[in-house]
Design a protein around this ligand. Structure first.
Ligand SMILES: [Zn+2]
Length: 187
């Protein structure tokens, strides 16, 4: 392995050293991503990937904890613009969790390519991980989908999904945290 530096001096790095350097760089970039996610959740004492006990937290409290864009969708039923979220066309294998409380919501196996511009799933990972509510806002009759642990807004469900359920959970990317099965995959 050889580079030419600015003063034209050859810099030689033996292959094993180079391999270690690359391995270190890759491991660092993955750690940085993990740290960013952990940092966001460090300020959220309610976030847990294992605790399923229902949370009763006021919006005033959530507003202090959550980033403004997540608060707007999760607690004020805002909708992110289609084709702008992180996960609408993602197909990496892994698990999707509630970005507000860490509740396990969907597996990538139930995700399907939808043209609507939002991540779409045909079933939840557990029937009791989500709850449904009538939503008659904007002159439409829709069914809202909420996280069953923290009652945060995730999106809506429609009857135009693929088999076997024919349902389409139309979710906001920002309401979801994704954990790839392969931890080396960039999120
Ligand atoms: Zn939640």
């Amino acid at each position: 392995m050889c580079w030419i530096s600015r003063n034209n001096t050859a810099i030689v790095m033996k292959t094993p050293t180079m391999f270690m350097f690359l391995a270190f760089t890759i491991s660092c970039s993955s750690t940085v991503k993990q740290n960013k996610m952990t940092e966001q959740h460090n300020s959220n004492p309610y976030y847990s990937r294992t605790d399923t006990i229902h949370l009763n937290v006021s919006n005033a409290e959530w507003k202090k904890i959550l980033p403004a864009d997540l608060y707007a969708v999760a607690r004020e039923q805002d909708t992110e613009r289609p084709f702008t979220g992180k996960y609408w066309d993602a197909d990496t294998k892994g698990t999707y969790y509630c970005a507000v409380c860490g509740n396990k919501l969907f597996r990538s196996d139930a995700k399907f390519a939808s043209t609507c511009g939002w991540p779409s799933f045909f079933e939840a990972v557990r029937p009791n991980s989500i709850i449904y509510k009538e939503d008659n806002s904007y002159g439409m009759k829709r069914i809202e989908v909420e996280c069953a642990r923290c009652n945060s807004h995730l999106g809506h469900i429609f009857d135009d999904g693929p088999p076997p359920t024919f349902k389409r959970f139309c979710m906001n990317s920002i309401s979801l945290d994704f954990e790839p099965d392969d931890k080396n995959v960039i999120k």
